[in-house]
Design a protein around this ligand. Structure first.
Ligand SMILES: Cc1cc2nc3c(=O)[nH]c(=O)nc-3n(C[C@H](O)[C@H](O)[C@H](O)COP(=O)(O)OP(=O)(O)OC[C@H]3O[C@@H](n4cnc5c(N)ncnc54)[C@H](O)[C@@H]3O)c2cc1C
Length: 450
């Protein structure tokens, strides 16, 4: 087998789909015998929408469009309509549905918990709790925050523990009519509550207060705890009819120091954890998968040499570090403290400046990310989804998961070579210049905002 993907969350599923598209023999496994049905993430950010759209995965999806993001729950929305994208909004689509979409056509082997990993020069031996063994040329750990792949490979996960604990609960309630709204994340009397509709009459409550803030993450959430938090925020009319799922999360911030160790890679939460503020975690994992998939596919097909795989860490580690930094900054802005209230006011003021607002919207939406620049200003940037002379779009041309050479009038350069993940690999204003071989050079990179 070419590639073993450990973990069938959104990251592992998109990676397995990309590898399948690349013609690679891939097996995806998960320790859970079935999906939990719980959705941690509730929205897709614009860059993730672009990614799934470019593979035709969102064609039949109908979901609410939310034309704004937020930074630390401040009362000035991030204006996504100012972004250079076909999708200037978040899609209100729960993680559970994203996983369903991504799993279509994949054969996930469930009930396999990875317990051992040993690599040599030609491959990796994986062992599982039930005694199953699998040998693969490459292994990718998409096995979440407590990644066994990361631990078994000896990859460090430096950072800090959480400073607060909060509750996420899926509830059926009566007596309150919440709608899609900017989360009320700015603390009131040391407490925070957001309530948004999911589907089937279920709502997501996300809260913390003096009672929760220092509880261990593992402590079970009680029905009384949820009911009392809802009442203290919305009044005595609110009744908790059903508690579907409830768990605690923290704002711990850690990042793997290497995304690759020989024949083993990390992606998604296995590579980085941070507070969910701003709704970026699943999106970051999807973008990791989209970056690694085509590179690993090309190396397995022998279209590219192994050096290309180093560019995965070079490009995605800075992207992850940037998300850790902005979530930590948001965490500071949410601390209930008089001086920080002044800092919040300063940010509210700045967010009223269109350029500042657009900059942060680019960061949180993922649309602002660019990799290492090159000789032409387009290189390293995301290729806009333009409509081409034959009526097709760039995204449609990328559907096969291969490089695309664009050389027609009215483009921002005479010739543009677009990578399978939609970033510009090479561009020139000289219509007579010959494009470089698709996998001809090592791509180095750094993440930066437009
Ligand atoms: C309250 C909350 C709200 C959030 N909201 C958002 C949001 O709005 N937007 C957003 O983008 N992100 C959000 N996130 C973050 C998002 O949910 C995660 O970043 C996302 O789930 C990461 O996906 P993943 O596939 O990398 O890992 P996971 O979803 O954790 O999947 C890992 C998989 O690996 C499997 N696994 C684990 N160990 C093993 C093993 N040893 N062997 C085999 N399989 C194993 C697990 O069973 C699991 O299926 C939120 C998170 C929380 C906690």
């Amino acid at each position: 087998m070419n590639v073993l993907v450990v973990g069938a969350g959104p990251t592992g599923l998109l990676l397995a789909a990309e590898l399948t598209l690349a013609g690679v023999d891939v097996q995806i496994v998960d320790k859970a015998t079935k999906r939990s049905g719980q959705s941690k993430a509730l929205t897709l950010q614009p860059r993730s929408i672009e990614i799934l759209h470019s593979r035709g995965l969102l064609n039949d999806v109908h979901a609410p469009q939310l034309p704004a993001g937020h930074f630390a729950g401040l009362p000035v929305p991030l204006d996504y309509t100012a972004l250079d994208t076909r999708f200037p909004y978040q899609l209100g689509i729960p993680q559970r549905r994203v996983e369903q979409l991504l799993e279509t056509g994949l054969d996930v082997r469930r009930g396999l918990e990875l317990t051992g990993l040993q690599q040599d020069e030609s491959g990796v031996d994986a062992t599982f709790a039930d005694g199953t063994t699998i040998r693969a040329d490459w292994v990718v750990g998409c096995d979440g925050a407590h990644s066994a792949v990361r631990t078994l490979t000896g990859i460090d996960f430096p950072g800090r523990d959480g400073r607060f604990t909060a509750v996420v609960a899926d509830v059926v309630i009566s007596g309150v009519e919440p709608g899609w709204q900017l989360p009320a994340l700015v603390p009131r009397d040391g407490a925070v509550m957001t309530l948004v509709p999911l589907d089937d009459g279920v709502h997501r409550a996300l809260f913390t207060g003096p009672e929760q803030q220092h509880l261990p993450k593992e402590q079970p959430v009680t029905r009384d705890e949820v009911a009392s938090a809802l009442r203290s925020w919305y009044g005595d009319d609110v009744v908790l009819r059903e508690l579907r799922h409830a768990s605690r999360f923290t704002d711990a911030a850690r990042q793997a120091d290497r995304y690759r160790a020989g024949r083993v890679f990390l992606a998604g939460d296995a590579a980085h954890i941070h507070s969910p503020t701003g709704g970026q975690g699943m999106n970051l994992g999807l973008q990791d998968a989209f970056n690694l998939g085509w590179k690993l596919g090309a190396v397995v097909r022998r279209d590219a040499d192994e050096q290309l795989l180093d560019s995965y860490h070079d490009e995605r580690h800075p992207a992850g570090a940037a998300v850790l930094a902005n979530t930590r900054a948001q965490g500071v802005l949410m601390v209930p403290d008089d001086d920080i209230a002044c800092l919040r006011e300063t940010f509210v003021d700045l967010l009223g400046v269109p350029e500042a607002n657009r900059r942060l919207a680019g960061v949180i939406s993922g649309v602002g990310l660019a990799y290492a620049p090159g000789a032409h200003p387009l290189i390293g940037r995301r290729m806009p989804d333009l409509t081409l002379t034959d009526g097709t779009t760039v995204a449609e041309r990328l559907r096969a998961g291969r490089h695309v050479l664009l050389d027609e009038p009215d483009l921002p350069a005479a010739r543009i070579l677009v990578r399978p993940d939609g970033y510009v690999q090479w561009a020139t204003d000289d219509p007579n210049a010959a494009p470089p071989p698709t996998f001809g050079h090592r791509m180095t990179s750094a993440a930066s905002s437009r």
